[in-house]
Design a protein. Structure first.
Length: 340
């Protein structure tokens, strides 16, 4: 089925059938007739729609419409390299057959060719998991265009390449290099570093973690940067510091975590605080995030002091049992900090 999908620009003759497709796809989430009637104006595709935004349709080689994706300038940032997704619908009978993924790949390619770096998505709650699988991240909630007062997930998809390195007084936070694997493995094998972690990591586990960090940069446009000290000869690698998306489910997820893991010989110098402040500024500035979290075990006072120094506050009601650790594990209890 996937090989039979063809994607092209929409034409005026597509307007009526695309409108019907959008309505059928929206109704797939179980909305009643009254709700759908209120949604009809924003789901109606007209010739003016085709002139004001880019509209791409997926169809079979025989010309049967399967889906539509449309995007236009971001209303809040019309002069920036940012865009907003206006439509993304798949014919209900074609769902689960790769149509959405093909449209998404085409959408990303179109945006990259036009220099768009960020795509904003106001998502139906039922569609949010699809966008998150594409690498979009929820950064807040916004009011529905069709139904005032209805709050919907507001997502950000990083379209361009990974962000540039961050510089502080003593640190450079940058993308990873192959030569970082050796010192990273030594760090992860150090029992002092792993004191508040489930265990140390062997070389294969450390390399696998580095690979996952690389994937995060490609998927989200951010991650845990490799950290080097610019105030020392040779600019040695000293650890990892940055942002990540927790892989477990908890009452505060989905979210973005700020975290750090530095070699023990570089502790006690304020480096984690220095780097974390730069990362938080980057998160709230260029990345457009509206909140960060961090968490650790209650006895990790050094990390908790860093959290507090960058302005995070302990959410006592948010403390939780880490679901990745078994009941009764000494490190299962975690404290939650937030930075809005």
């Amino acid at each position: 089925m996937t090989q039979a999908i063809h994607i092209r620009d929409a034409v005026e003759a597509d307007c009526a059938p695309l409108t019907a497709l959008c309505l059928r796809s929206k109704a797939h989430w179980g909305y009643d007739d009254a709700f759908m009637a209120r949604c009809r104006p924003v789901l109606t595709v007209t010739p003016a729609t085709l002139r004001s935004m880019t509209v791409r349709v997926a169809e079979t080689n025989g010309g049967t419409l399967l889906g539509v994706a449309a995007w236009g300038a971001c209303e809040e940032r019309p002069a920036s390299a940012e865009a907003e997704l206006e439509l993304m619908f798949v014919e209900p009978g074609a769902m689960g057959r790769g149509v959405g993924r093909r449209l998404a790949r085409d959408l990303r390619a179109q945006l990259q060719r036009r220099g768009v770096e960020v795509l904003w998505i106001l998502s139906d709650p039922g569609a949010e998991p699809f966008y998150r699988r594409l690498g979009a991240l929820r950064v807040g909630r916004r009011s529905s265009d069709a139904i005032p007062g209805r709050q919907l997930p507001w997502l950000r998809l990083f379209v361009g390449g990974p962000p540039e390195s961050l510089e502080t007084e003593r640190l450079r936070l940058r993308l990873w290099e192959l030569g970082d694997r050796d010192p990273f493995a030594a760090l992860n094998a150090d029992a002092r570093v792993a004191q508040y972690l489930p265990s140390t990591l062997d070389r294969s586990e450390s390399d696998a973690l580095a690979e996952r960090i690389d994937v995060g940069f490609s998927q989200y446009g951010f991650g845990l940067w490799a950290v080097e000290r610019t105030d020392l000869p040779g600019r040695p690698f000293v650890g990892a510091l940055g942002l990540s998306v927790p892989s477990f489910d908890a009452h505060f997820t989905p979210c973005v975590e700020i975290g750090w893991r530095l070699a023990a010989e570089h502790w006690g110098l304020g480096l984690a605080t220095e780097g974390a402040r730069a990362v938080a500024a980057h998160a709230f500035g260029p990345l457009g995030l509206d909140r960060l979290v961090s968490f650790t075990v209650p006895t990790n006072l050094a990390s908790r002091r860093v959290m507090e120094k960058i302005g995070m506050r302990h959410d006592r009601d948010g403390d939780f049992e880490h679901p990745s650790l078994p009941a009764g594990h000494a490190l299962r209890r975690h404290v939650l900090y937030r930075l809005p």
